[in-house]
Design a protein around this ligand. Structure first.
Ligand SMILES: [Ca+2]
Ligand SMILES: [Ca+2]
Length: 126
């Protein structure tokens, strides 16, 4: 099947390993990123093992893109077509990405020769 990708062996291995796994893009299985929905099922070996750590940590977090949890950015509902909450207790508040709601003012100086540039910005820490 054409979706199985670019390397001839991929599909055969996939079909042997996960005969009951029906996902739209088999190349996402075992690619290192945990996908939810149909990918994170026993039939698909929990995304070919990609979701094992996630499932152990957040068993009640049902989102479409689990790999966004703890990626360093506070992920928002709009990123998930199903409208599920990344920033929820079940999902560990986006794996810690969304714990803080404060802002921080930062500034720094850059000296070039005898001239000093002062940069400043406000960081929103979600
Ligand atoms: Ca994957
Ligand atoms: Ca995130």
């Amino acid at each position: 099947m054409a979706e199985c990708g670019f390397d001839g062996g991929d599909c055969e291995e996939f079909n042997t390993k996960y005969p009951n796994c029906t996902v739209s893009d088999p190349s996402w299985i075992g690619d290192g990123y945990c996908f939810g929905g149909d990918y994170n099922t026993a039939e698909c070996g929990y995304d070919g093992g990609d979701c094992e750590g996630f499932n152990a940590k957040y068993p009640n977090c049902t989102i479409l893109f689990p790999y966004l949890i703890g990626d360093g950015d506070c992920s928002f509902i709009g990123e998930d077509p199903d409208g599920n909450a990344y920033n929820s207790a079940e999902c560990g508040f986006d794996g810690g990405d969304c714990t803080s709601g404060t802002t921080e003012f930062v500034s720094w100086n850059v000296s070039i020769g005898t001239i000093t540039f002062i940069f400043s910005t406000v960081l929103w820490l979600f």
